[in-house]
Each structure stands twice: as C-alpha cells, then as structure tokens.
Design a binder for this molecule. Structure first.
Ligand code: FES
Ligand code: FE2
Length: 368
C-alpha cells in the first residue's frame, strides 16, 4: 500500500465507500458462466475454424442446414485439433484416426473399432446467433440460459447503420473494461478524437445496476469531439452531449451517446444518436479478442460518414490497444514492486473490478 496522504487518492483497501472484497485483475480466474462472443456470424461456415476462448480451444462450423456448432477443438483420443480434420455432412471427422462426432459432440464412429465406443464424446457448447454475433456458453451447461444473452438489437436493426472492426490484444480483458469506464484518458490518449478537456472534467454519475456499472454524463453547450463533429456537421458549434457508458457483463461494454443541436435550422432541437458496442472475449488471462461496432441512427447512406467513423474509431481503439499492451508488458516484465495509485475518477473502474471479482469468486465456489 502506498504511503502518500492525499484526499484525492483512494486507498481502496480502507475506503469507506467500497465493500470489502477484492478487485479483479489479470490474475483473477476467468468467469465461465457468461455468454461470450465466439465469432462473427460470417466467420462461421462449412470451413471448420478454431478459436481459443477462455483458455479453451473451440472448433466452429455450420451444419448443412446452416446451424452454427461449437465443440472442443481437441479429440478425446490423442488431442488432435478437430479443426484440422474434415466435415462429412454434419459430422466432424478427426484427421488423425478418423473418430467422428455429430454436432452435439457425440462420437458416432471410431474406425479402428468394430463398435462405437461409449464415453468417447467431445464436449459441445451451446451457441446462439443474434444479429452479426455468435454467442457461446463455456460454463456449466445446466446454467446456459439463452435469456441471459445480452441485448445488442441495434446491431441488427434497420434503424441503425453500423461500421465495425476487430483487434486481437495481448492484454487482459479487465484492463480493457477499466479503460472504457475511465473517461479521463480520452483527451490525452485520443487527443482531438473522442474527448475534450471539458468532457474529461464534466461531472459524472457512476452507479451499480445489479452486477453492471453505469456512468451517466452530460456536457451542455460545448462543441462535439472530432469523431462526432464530422458526421453531425456540428464542428465548433455548441451542442448538448449526453452519454451512458455501461459495463454490461464480462463480455460486453456499451456506450450510448446523444448529441443534441438546439440550433437546428428546423427550429426544433435535433438529436443524433451513436451506440458504441465493445465486445471482449478473453483468449487467456493475458490476451483477448476485441470486436467494436459504431452504430448511428442518421444519414445511413452517407459513405463518407461510414469512412470517417470507421477510420476514426479504429485509430482511437488502436491507441487503447497499444496502451493496454504496453501496460501489460510492464506489469508482467518489470520486477520492481508497484502499487498503482487510484484517484477519485477511477471509481467506476474499481466498481467494475469489484463486480468481476465477486462474479469470479462466486463461480470458484460453485461445482463446475
Ligand atoms: S486423435 Fe482423433 S481419432 Fe485419434
Ligand atoms: Fe480509450
């Protein structure tokens, strides 16, 4: 624990406004009882692909009828990756000795034996497709409740136009969630793009909503940041900006923004909406898959706006990726002990880390 005495620094182990309990970091066990995104729908086809998700290698393919299938990518005989085998109809055949598995993972053939062996199945995982996303449940199968798949309906709605991208990241997913709840880094890591100094200093309201952490923020009568200025055509003009950033689950952070132009030529206030979706699936404790989506509810047919949002978003998120990889590298390789300082604006991130820790510890206590 640091010895600096400063009221703006939070001593998280002794602070009154935090419950007792730990804070998740890159050493915390990954949370399995949660729907995560395994892939985008277009990635899953009749070609078998593999992805490492929560430390488990998973093979993904589609049946002849088009249903997405996920099974463990490790043959129960000699650990051959099933993704290196082949599909015969809907049956996945191991490329080493020919064991064959149906889409549930049930073994239907072992060519070296005259009978089909029992207890020779490979684990299958529940999969749900919603819009562009293939969600997977890697936790206990009895707890795979489809009603718990988080809502991302705007990604499939004709009312929204979306651009998107992907980064593999060599950093832990906890720090990525913390980054998105940490709005004071915007004008420094992303100068001119996402944040403005006024926005960084604007009052924020952070609260828990079940296991979620929500930040509400309003900044009135101030010009929009670069990423929103071009699409709205309101560069340099005073607008009201309202935003909600929400840590929804270990797999999802969403940020909704409303830019309100009170001086629209129509004489009525005009609202421009942006929904930003950040999807994380830990690959391991120290690496992750990161999909981002930027959706807007206006000017769907403007290709220049698509290009601008795509380029500006990718640039900003790459800045986050770089920062988090540098930080992870420091944490893993620097041998001198360090106790990070926590300031008052870090509170939403700390609340999220507590929530993740509680979820992880609750799961450690369950039978799996
Ligand atoms: S390793 Fe798959 S059948 Fe032997
Ligand atoms: Fe950022």
């Amino acid at each position: 624990m640091n010895s600096v005495v400063d009221s703006s620094i939070i001593d998280i182990e002794n602070a009154d406004n935090f419950e007792l309990g730990g804070f998740a970091d890159h050493n915390t066990p990954l949370i399995k009882d949660c729907w995560y995104v395994a892939a985008l729908t277009h990635e899953v086809s009749r070609e078998v692909i593999s992805k490492r998700l929560l430390g488990v290698d998973v093979a993904l393919y589609r049946t002849l009828a088009g249903k997405a299938v996920a099974v463990r990518n490790r043959c129960p005989h000699r650990s051959f990756p099933l993704s290196k085998g082949k599909l015969e109809g809907d049956v996945l055949v191991c490329g080493y000795h020919g064991m064959a598995f149906n889409p549930s993972g049930h073994c239907v053939k072992m060519p070296a034996l005259p009978i089909v062996p029992t207890h020779a199945d490979v684990r299958g995982y529940p999969v749900v497709e919603r819009g562009p996303l293939v969600w997977i449940w890697l936790g206990h199968p009895d707890r795979a409740d489809e009603s718990l798949v988080p809502d991302t309906e705007w990604l499939a709605s004709p009312q929204w136009k979306t651009v998107n991208g992907f980064f593999p990241i060599k950093a832990d997913y906890v720090s990525m969630h913390e980054n998105l709840l940490d709005q004071t880094h915007f004008p420094f890591l992303h100068p001119g793009a996402i944040g403005t100094p006024e926005y960084a200093r604007s009052k924020l309201d952070a609260r828990m909503d079940g296991d979620s952490v929500v930040i509400d923020r309003a900044l009135l009568n101030s010009p929009p940041p670069g990423v929103y200025a071009m699409p709205t055509g309101l560069a340099g003009k005073p607008v009201d900006r309202f935003s909600e950033a929400r840590f929804v689950s270990p797999a999802l952070h969403r940020a909704f923004a409303r830019i309100v132009d009170n001086n629209d030529p129509s004489g009525k206030p005009r609202t421009y909406r942006f929904n930003i979706t950040h999807i994380f699936t830990p690959e391991t404790n120290q690496s992750m898959h990161y999909w981002w989506f930027c959706s807007r509810d206006f000017k769907h047919d403007d290709a220049a706006i698509d290009e601008h949002l795509s380029t500006a978003s990718a640039k900003a998120y790459l800045e986050d990726v770089d920062a988090l990889e540098w930080i992870m590298d420091n944490i893993l390789k620097d041998s001198e002990p360090q106790f990070d300082l926590h300031f008052a604006p870090d509170k939403p991130g700390l609340m999220m880390r507590q929530s993740l820790y509680r979820l992880a510890m609750a799961e450690v206590g369950k039978t799996s």
